[in-house]
Write a protein that binds this ligand. Sequence first.
Ligand code: AMP
Length: 499
Amino acid sequence: LPPSERLEQELFSGSNTGINFEKYDDIPVEATGSNCPPHIESFSDVDMGEIIMGNIELTRYTRPTPVQKHAIPIIKEKRDLMACAQTGSGKTAAFLLPILSQIYADGPGDALRAMKENGRYGRRKQYPISLVLAPTRELAVQIYEEARKFAYRSRVRPCVVYGGADIGQQIRDLERGCHLLVATPGRLVDMMERGKIGLDFCKYLVLDEADRMLDMGFEPQIRRIVEQDTMPPKGVRHTMMFSATFPKEIQMLARDFLDEYIFLAVGRVGSTSENITQKVVWVEEPDKRSFLLDLLNATGKDSLTLVFVETKKGADALEDFLYHEGYACTSIHGDRSQRDREEALHQFRSGKSPILVATAVAARGLDISNVKHVINFDLPSDIEEYVHRIGRTGRVGNLGLATSFFNERNINITKDLLDLLVEAKQEVPSWLENMAYEQHHKGGGSQVCIQSIERQCKSLELIKHHFLLPFIGGGYGGFYNSDGYGGNYNSQGVDWWGN
Ligand code: AMP
């Protein structure tokens, strides 16, 4: 399509400043699996076509992030992929770039024929060529926004559907055409049952933040979408899974959904890298508010601060308190309407309200790229959640700060937190060390020990040596060999993409 100044302004005006690539480049990546394609060093090492290359330039991504260096050639070679990588590593572009480039090269194929036939009977069912499943509406919207950037000047139309928002509006948007669909599982099942979406020609399936989706109880919906409807089987479709952790449930899903896959482990962004300075301070419950004010005053007005609290009520109360103290702040939690949450995020991102008070669930998967300071006003009870939270700062190599308030209510996280601080080469308060030591020698040790073993089971070595699932044979069944769609669908005034 011809360029549009207005669209370029809308899609690409955000900045990617402050990226500390030198540190980011150190993050280790390991690829395991038969005939793994070699990684790339620059975007131009792989042919992704004119549209993609033009859009990479517009986004000002000068070089691929570690996950992109490895995942792009793997996906380009049509290999299934299981990647342990977190939000913030650049994983969205890692799958969108090669998928879109292949869609541009191959065209709509049978999806277009099906849509036309369907249209003849007055139904407006859409047959997306690619489906991306994500756990939360916020993450789905972010992926959709990134897809719009890389679909710029192409005829591919990305759409997004998620729960909690007006379904009528989403249906009307789908009916304008949908080649790449980003969806939360519940809303997608609803759309399928209403006959609005058919997955019969879905060639590319992505499960993003798969562990979060399972945590949130979406497994039945995911299996319904992938296994119990019209989606092409594994080996025919091309499947990619992304997950921050690789517990047993995810291994099962990988075994069921992926075919002869490559396993990619990307070092944690945040915990093992030293991009984030982590501070743990002892603060008793009644002192938390005044301590918070001290921190906010020290941070400076222009930088974004994300404050985590445990409960929705706590979030409201803290927002009120800060507001009355004269701070521009907003909050995001499960009881706020979708509209309120989007508005709050917008206020925060734009810097109008540079303080965001959030509960963990509401903040999951958010890409707020220039958060300077994450404050755990209330620490979570498990370390995975802690890692997720502090990962909101120091994204893609930016330098960040995470401060956690610790008191006797957080005893259960002592040992894990200590290990993590040591692993990330952070300063460890001596009281924390003493507490971990005492706990271990007081018989609280067995619980800590179990947690520690469980955590280690998630580590790379064990994943590689014990859990990496057997690669099962099977080809692509000639699905990609279909031809006959060489740009000549214009006969009825409809272009290549059915627009
Ligand atoms: P993600 O992990 O996909 O949520 O990406 C995190 C952030 O990194 C997003 O704001 C992206 O726009 C940005 N990003 C992704 N890839 C690159 C790159 N190669 N260079 C610079 N920024 C990037």
